[in-house]
Design a protein around this ligand. Structure first.
Ligand SMILES: [Zn+2]
Ligand SMILES: [Zn+2]
Length: 121
């Protein structure tokens, strides 16, 4: 018996996840669009609805940590210098942009209003 000459090769390429705010690299088929996480349609649709808010409320933090780490970030809201701790996970690059208080839309808008007033004085 002869071995078949043609071996089925897995055509796998290094791709970048198309999910906004993800950008994770992964090995997949040439037609694959999403990383392992976002291949889950539930996760994807949930994010798609909030694309804007996800990008405006989060930062993309690229790192090479191989285990979960507590890191200190500074609130990205102008005028707020609050430091907060975030647990950084391997392969996860999307993290909150604002301190605990300013993750709340209402409080954040309120703070922006107060700062604008102060600057106008
Ligand atoms: Zn992804
Ligand atoms: Zn803040």
């Amino acid at each position: 018996m002869q071995l078949p000459k043609y071996k089925k090769k897995k055509r796998i390429k290094l791709k970048i996840c198309q999910e906004p705010g993800c950008g994770r690299e992964f090995w997949g088929h040439p037609i694959a669009k999403y990383c392992e996480l976002h291949r889950d349609i539930k996760l994807r649709q949930k994010q798609k609805k909030n694309v804007e808010s996800i990008e405006s409320k989060n930062i993309i933090f690229r790192h090479n940590y191989t285990e979960a780490m507590d890191l200190t970030f500074k609130c990205c809201l102008e005028g707020c210098n609050e430091l907060f701790t975030i647990k950084v996970f391997p392969k996860q690059t999307v993290y909150p942009r604002f301190c605990m208080e300013h993750r709340n839309d209402f409080k954040r808008e309120n703070f922006i209003r107060i700062m604008a007033k102060k600057n106008a004085e």
